[in-house]
Design a protein. Structure first.
Length: 232
């Protein structure tokens, strides 16, 4: 259950930022382009997101919704499980579709009544943000700019939009982004081993809302994992 829910959420949320490394030829131009895109994306303040996640043969999902970042992270995303051997267990405990609400302090995922029956009736899991996560498009562009071997990798049409592709690596992490003529990120792909997420961004400036779940219906992620470890 732990790995399944983390994988499903990873499509829309806490991906590890890349570590800095030696830069290759053309890196300065790529970093400048990514910096300009980061400024435009940050100023836009929000966007609509369509994301897919594949964790090898274990789990795959599709998510959609709007996320804002002008005054802390805020937004709501809906995730559907699309396959994998953990799909049945994930649906039983996490629901299908499931809802994740992003708020400035943490993100919250709604679980099923079956899950709540194991957690004193609480339906929502609270996940504090990792300090190294790059949840917003601006964060993702900053992380890529710090990666080893960052460079321009040609042109491509994504969803009917002409874009320039940039990519970089850091250890086992590989990131690609597609930037349009307005210097806005259209798509991002993150790969690490068998784990892959693809996120498309559109309708920059779209309204993004999220209501905080009731405290009496919320359990911290650490509490869930500690209970799972204690029960073996």
């Amino acid at each position: 259950m732990k790995h399944g829910r983390i994988a499903a959420l990873a499509a829309v949320g806490a991906l590890l930022a890349g570590c800095a490394g030696a830069k290759g030829p053309g890196a300065d131009d790529a970093v400048d382009a990514l910096r300009q895109a980061r400024q435009k994306v940050a100023a836009a303040g929000s966007a609509h997101i369509e994301a897919t996640m594949h964790n090898g043969s274990r789990l795959s999902s599709r998510s959609s919704g709007a996320l804002g970042w002008s005054d802390g992270i805020r937004g709501t995303l809906t995730t559907r499980i699309t396959g994998g051997r953990l799909a049945a267990d994930t649906r039983e405990l996490g629901g299908d579709p499931s809802q994740t609400r992003y708020l400035p302090d943490a993100y919250y995922t709604r679980m099923t009544d079956e899950f709540a029956g194991l957690q004193d009736g609480k339906h929502w899991i609270r996940y504090p943000y990792d300090s190294s996560s790059d949840l917003t498009p601006a964060d993702a562009l900053k992380a890529l700019g710090a990666m080893r071997d960052v460079h321009e990798a040609g042109r491509a049409t994504v969803g009917g939009i002409e874009t320039t592709r940039y990519q970089g690596t850091s250890g086992r992490q590989h990131v690609e982004v597609w930037i349009d003529a307005r210097h806005l990120m259209v798509q991002r792909v993150y790969r690490e081993g068998e784990f892959t997420t693809t996120a498309r961004y559109s309708d920059y400036g779209a309204p993004a809302r999220a209501e905080r779940p009731p405290a009496h219906d919320t359990v911290n992620f650490d509490t869930v994992t500690e209970a799972a470890a204690g029960s073996g």
